[in-house]
Design a protein around this ligand. Structure first.
Ligand code: IPE
Ligand code: IPE
Ligand code: MG
Ligand code: MG
Length: 292
């Protein structure tokens, strides 16, 4: 079975579970629930939930153990996309091949739909049926990954760095937080809920950090080299906004070399896990070889 078809299978399971976890559009406030569903159920790759489930299997657990946690991570991801696209941040009109949330529902609803997805993520993760200590550790992991030393902190530095002189250390700081932290949390939480040992959970955290950094370097490369049609979101916009990116600092070849170096580091982090090592390796390669 190809990786593509495996990812499609994971995405179908995740989409169906997200559909049940998200409030129905028939429930008040109608527009809020519509906006949450519009962004969260739009066609994304669902790579973070897939990683969460594979991580659980890699330590001897099942994908069911990590499905709701994977959905919680995807809700956080969707919140971050809605807010990232707002006029005050990246000001983008297109996401997942569709008009962005604020273009359809207006800025107020987009901000609030993001807030509500963020809350629903923690409600969902807190409600996972697992040993309480595993749930608490998962909650701590996700909150840390999203806060001021994680995704939100990375987004802040990304915005503040626009138009400023680049340096390698700041760039790595931005990318490992705005994107790497959530990937890392997805993998770590999968390991925790799958019943992994402390060593296995640490290995998955490191794998996710490297994969996440590689993923964002690849995102920079796609923004520079691909098209809006292929991506379903803006292309060429990083250069226009003088964003801090790997191609801007290291050139196309330098960025690609760094992405592959991170893939190798990711793969070597998880070599000792009891299962799914080949799949984790393929997923790490997919993070940089993807075309959208
Ligand atoms: C896009 O993430 C935002 C970044 C962190 C680069 P994805 O490429 O995973 O977006 P979807 O979920 O597939 O739309
Ligand atoms: C993605 O940042 C990271 C988050 C949304 C937290 P980017 O701004 O680089 O990604 P795209 O290009 O909008 O997907
Ligand atoms: Mg951004
Ligand atoms: Mg953006």
């Amino acid at each position: 079975v190809s990786l593509e078809s495996q990812l499609k299978a994971y995405a179908a399971i995740v989409d169906s579970r997200l559909n049940s976890l998200l409030p129905p559009p028939s429930q008040r406030p109608f527009k809020l629930h519509e906006a949450m569903r519009y962004s969260c159920l739009a066609p994304g790759k669902r790579l973070r939930p897939a990683l969460c489930m594979v991580a659980a299997e890699a330590v001897g657990g099942t994908q069911e153990m990590a499905l709701d946690a994977g959905c919680a991570v995807e809700m956080v991801h969707c919140f971050s996309l809605i807010h990232d696209d707002l006029p005050a941040i990246d000001n983008d009109d297109l996401r997942r091949g569709r008009p962005t949330c604020h273009k359809v529902y207006g800025e107020a609803l987009a901000i609030l739909a993001g807030d509500a997805l963020f809350a629903l993520a923690f409600q969902t993760l807190g409600g996972v049926g697992s040993e309480p200590s595993r749930v608490v550790r998962s909650l701590q992991c996700l909150t840390r990954a999203v806060g001021s030393d994680g995704l939100v902190g990375g987004e802040v530095e990304d915005v503040l760095a626009e138009g400023e002189a680049l340096d390698a250390e700041r760039l790595a700081f931005i990318h490992s937080r705005k994107t790497g932290a959530l990937f890392s949390a997805a993998c770590e939480i999968g390991g925790i809920l799958g019943g992994g040992t402390d060593g296995q959970v640490l290995a998955l955290r490191e794998y996710g950090q490297h994969l996440g950094l590689a993923f964002q370097v690849a995102d920079d490369l796609l923004n520079e080299l691909s098209t809006v049609e292929a991506l379903g979101k803006a292309a060429g916009s990083d250069r226009e906004r003088e964003k801090a990116t790997y191609p801007a600092l290291h050139g196309i070849d330098g960025a690609r070399t760094e992405a592959y170096r991170q893939v190798e580091l990711a793969v070597s982090s998880v070599r000792g896990l009891p299962a799914r090592v080949g799949e984790l390796e393929s997923l790490a390669r997919f993070a940089v070889e993807r075309l959208s």
